[in-house]
Write a protein that binds this ligand. Structure first.
Ligand code: SF4
Length: 425
């Protein structure tokens, strides 16, 4: 039970990869009445946490039993999601995958999976958000629209004053590189428009110029050689630069090659000055899903236990690819909505197999699921740990009780795991 009513301070907001840890939540009689400091997304999610909950057609223990029976009969179980729940729930999901020789993948396979592949090839010159605020005098957002997807990213970290950046507006430049003028580009100091699908060419040209090569063309990706040279000189003369990149870079033509090139550009810049880079992670704990998967299996996503030990192969054990090939015969979906976000071929197969769906709320996937189990919202109705976009683990607090009889994902998954083991004996 939660202790008492009143204002609870320093609450971590569990809705995007910023994991803002300065939220004040007022509670009266197990009801959230106010959210201080949260952005519009945070306000809506905290104040409406009780709305639109996932209906369950049977008592929890019967649903757990039904889920376990389906899993035990499966030949090719796919476990998917995990990025909008806390780390302990991840551990229980990996245990189920290992027990029945299934595949476990998280939502990074459809967002920053290419970032991980690029990092594995070229290293990870990562920055920290606090360091960015205190030191960075040049910020570049590439293929990312933080004002829309991470509403407090600019105000907390890149416009806010820091220890060595006394005035976040005068002492720091924010540039946006994108294919169209987004709302973030509108508030940035400079918008650099590139041609759609040309990210790899533009980054490669920047690297060539930084290394003193002469380009034998007039322009690359819509930017003249003069503009490219000016960009390189600005990056070289920054005291501390940070490149934030989003799906506009990871999911455009080139994909993990774009990230590989961007990492090498940042490595090149570190010959002249200090630069770091960071993916703009969307789901609040997608970075945690990659970390816990790596701790437990050795790999960040797309892990197959069919041979009794973990194997890693993006493109083969990634959820969309498996579904498009018609491979899984059961899907255990945790805190994600693949029916709403996957391509049609993947959803077609999803709709043809038994889906066990764990989520606090009703969603598109719940409409086609065979077993729906409502769970508590981590960071509001139960505690846990999550990992911020820069890799910092933060503790999610419980501020109100969940609806009666509703348990955290970790408890439901543990019950399913124990029932699976019992049925297998
Ligand atoms: S920016 Fe993200 S983490 Fe911060 S308050 Fe808004 S939704 Fe929550």
């Amino acid at each position: 039970m939660t202790e008492d009513s009143g204002l609870k301070e320093n609450i971590v907001c569990p809705f995007c990869g910023c994991l803002c840890d300065d939220i004040g939540i007022s509670v009266e009689g197990n009801k959230i009445t106010e959210n201080k400091n949260g952005c519009s997304i945070s306000q809506a999610r905290f104040l409406n946490h009780h709305d639109d909950r996932l209906p369950m057609d049977s008592p929890l223990k019967d649903l757990v039993k039904r889920a376990a029976e389906i899993i035990v009969k499966s030949k090719r179980l796919l476990i998917y999601g995990l990025s909008s729940t806390e780390n302990d729930a991840h551990r229980e999901a990996y245990k189920i995958a290992e027990e029945v020789g299934g595949v476990v993948d998280n939502t990074s396979s459809v967002c920053h999976g290419p970032t991980i592949l690029g990092s594995q090839e070229s290293g990870e010159p990562i920055a920290a958000l606090a360091e960015t605020r205190h030191r960075a005098d040049l910020i570049i957002y590439w293929g990312s629209n933080p004002q829309f997807a991470h509403p407090r990213h600019m105000s907390r970290y890149t416009r806010a004053p820091g220890l060595y950046i006394k005035d976040g507006k005068k002492d720091r430049q924010i540039w946006v590189v994108d294919v169209r003028k987004t709302i973030s580009a509108g508030v940035a100091d400079r918008f650099i428009k590139i041609t759609s699908g040309s990210d790899l060419e533009v980054i490669s040209a920047l690297r060539a110029i930084a290394r003193g090569r002469i380009l034998e063309v007039d322009s690359v990706g819509g930017l003249s050689v003069g503009e490219l040279t000016e960009l390189v000189e600005a990056m070289k003369s920054a005291k501390y630069g940070v490149l934030f990149f989003g799906l506009g870079l990871t999911q455009s033509k080139g994909r993990h090659r774009n990230i590989d090139a961007a990492i090498r550009l940042i490595q090149d810049m570190n010959h002249f000055t200090k630069w770091g880079m960071m993916p703009m992670r969307g789901h609040y704990n997608v970075a945690g899903a990659n970390k816990t998967s790596t701790w437990q299996t050795g790999y960040p996503y797309a892990v197959d236990y069919a041979r009794g030990y973990p194997r890693y192969q993006p493109g083969e054990y990634t959820a969309v690819d498996m579904l498009v090939r018609g491979e899984p015969d059961v899907v255990l979906n945790i805190a994600a909505d693949p029916a709403a976000h996957f391509p049609r071929g993947a959803v077609k197969h999803l709709a043809s197999v038994p889906v066990i769906n764990l989520d606090p709320k009703r969603n598109m996937t719940s409409l086609l699921a065979k077993v729906n189990i409502q769970t508590a919202i981590a960071g509001i109705e139960c505690d846990g740990a999550a990992t911020r976009m820069d890799g910092l683990p933060l503790y999610l607090k419980k501020v109100v009780d969940p609806p009666e009889g509703i348990l955290p994902d970790r408890d439901v998954l543990r019950m399913i795991y124990e029932e699976v083991r019992r049925l297998k004996k």
